[in-house]
Write a protein that binds this ligand. Structure first.
Ligand code: SAM
Length: 172
C-alpha cells in the first residue's frame, strides 16, 4: 500500500515488478490518479487498486494486519512549525499504520526534508509494535524497490539529502 503516490511512478514500477502482489495506492490529487491509471494501462499492469481520496481517513476504516508493505515517499514536508500537525506521520498515525501491517510487514518512509526525517525517526522509534531495520538504529540505505521519483529529483536538484527509514512490525 502506498500513501500519496504522486504521479504513480513508484507504484506502477513496483506492481510491474511484483505481478503476484496485490497493490493499492491512495492519492488525493486527481491528476496524479490519472497519471497512475495511464501508466497502468500502458504497462498492462492489472494488480493495482486505486483510492482517489484521503488515505488517512481511509485507513481508519480498515481492519488490522492487512498489508505486507506500506510505503510513504516524499510526503509533503509542511516545514512551518504551525503546520507540523498536518504531516502524515504523527504518533497516532504511526500506531495505526503499524496495526495495518502483518507481523513481519514493513513500513518504508523517505523524505528529503531533514527535520521531517528526524521527526519520523522519533515517532517510529516510539511505536512499540515497530522495530527499526537499520543495523544500530537510525536511517537505512534505500530499499531496493525505491526508484527516483519526481519529488526525489526535485530534492536532489535543490541539493537535499534523502533519508530512508525502514521499520518492521514485530510478531504478535
Ligand atoms: C510531495 S508529493 C510526493 C509524491 C510521490 N510520493 C513522489 O515521491 O513523487 C506528496 C503527495 O502526497 C499526496 N497526499 C498528501 N496527503 C495525502 C492524503 N491524506 N492522502 C492521500 N494522498 C495525500 C499529495 O497529493 C501529493 O501527491
Amino acid at each position: 500500500m502506498e500513501i500519496g503516490f504522486g504521479n504513480g511512478e513508484h507504484l506502477a514500477h513496483f506492481a510491474a515488478r511484483h505481478p503476484d502482489w496485490g497493490c493499492i495506492g491512495a492519492e488525493v490529487h486527481a491528476p496524479g490518479v490519472g497519471a497512475l491509471l495511464q501508466r497502468l494501462e500502458a504497462g498492462s499492469i492489472d494488480n493495482v487498486r486505486v483510492l482517489h481520496g484521503d488515505a488517512m481517513a481511509w485507513i481508519e476504516t480498515l481492519p488490522p494486519a492487512l498489508f505486507a508493505l506500506i510505503v510513504i515517499q516524499f510526503p509533503d514536508p509542511w516545514p512551518k512549525k504551525r503546520h507540523h500537525k498536518r504531516r502524515l506521520l504523527q504518533e497516532a498515525s504511526a500506531k495505526r499504520l503499524a496495526d495495518l501491517l502483518v507481523p513481519g510487514g514493513e513500513l518504508q518512509f523517505a523524505t528529503d526534508w531533514e527535520p521531517y526525517a528526524q521527526h519520523a525517526l522519533t515517532v517510529l522509534d516510539a511505536t512499540p509494535s515497530l522495530e527499526n531495520l537499520a543495523p544500530g538504529g537510525g536511517f537505512s540505505p534505500p530499499p531496493e524497490n525505491r526508484i527516483p521519483t519526481r519529488f526525489e529529483r526535485r530534492g536532489e536538484a535543490l541539493g537535499h539529502q534523502v533519508f530512508d527509514l525502514r521499520f518492521r512490525r514485530r510478531p504478535g
